[in-house]
Design a protein around this ligand. Structure first.
Ligand code: SP5
Ligand code: ZN
Length: 353
């Protein structure tokens, strides 16, 4: 017998207006992997199973909510970028060291002060798409907080986990998962498990000295992969937060068996010990076997198994979309993952006759 309700899915159509054209990667100009087709693939897969997924358009969040998460100048910069000519993309290429420079968020040429790579352009529509993406995470957090649902999915696009308080990068502008975590930490301990292929450097930085938030990230080894400067196992937190940051770099080619073994033997015991009152999953699917960016080899079925393992924690859970660039399979991978949570929740509620 099925006891679950449908999953609320937060998404706003204006998130599709942000259209980065290309990225600069080691001197090469590449087609940008963070396309609108990604979100469209997810929408199509979930809409095909309308009984299980309930689409909700988020309410507009106040600019003050973004300015209490990010430096106000960063927020102003995105707003200023709205005056770029339609179709024009601005790529920061000058990244001053933060010494005596005085940046002006109303000068687009100063964008590099607030940015750490050349793959994350600004356009006239970046602000709207990124603000709606953040709203998807904040509204889901409010759903969880009010007990309206024990499981939510935020179709955040653009993604968020590389963005820190003062810097954008890695295709990320606002840190959607961090916004949700700050909301939920008012009520207790929050665990964030980041399963994107890349280290969630922005999220790590937000909560590095915070013992109320446990951040765990499994990712490609930063010695070889983006974001290179962080994601090492030696980064364990700072001050009060020491011991509440866990980085697990994995080898290229890592498949489902190895991934699940680490989840069950390292991640789950750590989560049980922490006893969070809520779980946020930063869910990237660039660990997929044919992803053009990541180098792991998880299958669609593996995502289902990963979800079942995390669902075993049995706490209110928010799933926040991060990366995943194999457009044609992304929707099915997200669906497989969400179904893992739904099925596990059903099992735990089954009564013995
Ligand atoms: C949210 C997220 O997953 N951001 C990832 C940012 C990674 N950016 C650097 C990737 C460089 C590799 N470029 C693609 C190679 C295509 N063959
Ligand atoms: Zn990623």
């Amino acid at each position: 017998m099925s006891t679950h309700k449908s999953i609320p899915v937060f998404f706003h159509k204006d998130q599709l207006e942000h259209k980065p054209l290309y990225e600069w990667s080691f001197g090469e100009r590449l087609n940008h992997p963070e396309t609108t087709k990604r979100a469209e693939s997810i929408v199509a897969a979930l809409q095909a199973d309308a009984g299980r997924y309930r689409f909700i358009s988020p309410s507009k969040l106040p600019v003050s909510a973004l300015k209490s998460l990010h430096h106000p100048d960063l927020v102003e910069l995105y707003k200023h970028a709205m005056s770029l000519p339609v179709g024009e993309t601005f790529y920061p290429t000058i990244f001053p060291q933060r010494t005596r420079t005085k940046p002006n968020p109303k000068r687009i040429q100063h964008a590099g002060y607030y940015c750490f790579d050349s793959g994350t352009p600004l356009t006239a529509t970046t602000w709207a798409a990124a603000a709606w993406s953040a709203a998807c995470a904040l509204d889901a957090a409010k759903y969880i907080e009010k007990g309206k649902s024990r499981l939510t999915y935020s179709l955040c696009r653009p993604p968020g986990h590389h963005a820190s308080a003062r810097l954008f990068g890695g295709y990320c502008y606002f840190n959607n998962a961090a916004l949700a975590a700050k909301q939920l930490r008012q009520h207790g301990r929050v665990a964030i498990v980041d399963i994107d292929f890349h280290h969630g450097n922005g999220t790590q930085e937000f909560f590095y000295d915070d013992r109320k938030i446990l951040f765990i990230s499994l990712h490609g080894d930063p010695a070889k992969h983006y974001p290179f400067f962080s994601g090492y196992a030696s980064e364990k937190g700072f001050g009060d937060g020491y011991g509440h940051n866990l980085n697990i770099p994995l080898e290229d080619g890592c498949g489902g068996d190895e991934y699940l073994r680490i989840l069950e033997s390292v991640v789950v015991p750590r989560l049980f010990k922490f006893k969070p009152s809520a779980l946020i999953v930063s869910a990237g699917f660039d660990t997929y076997l044919s992803d053009p960016v990541g180098t792991f080899s998880l299958t669609t079925e593996d995502f289902n198994a990963v979800a079942r393992v995390l669902a075993g924690l049995n706490v209110p859970t928010m799933i926040v979309q991060e990366g995943g660039y194999e457009e044609s399979s992304l929707g099915l991978n997200v669906k497989s993952f969400l179904e893992g949570f739904l099925d596990a929740a059903d099992l735990s509620k089954e009564e013995v006759p």
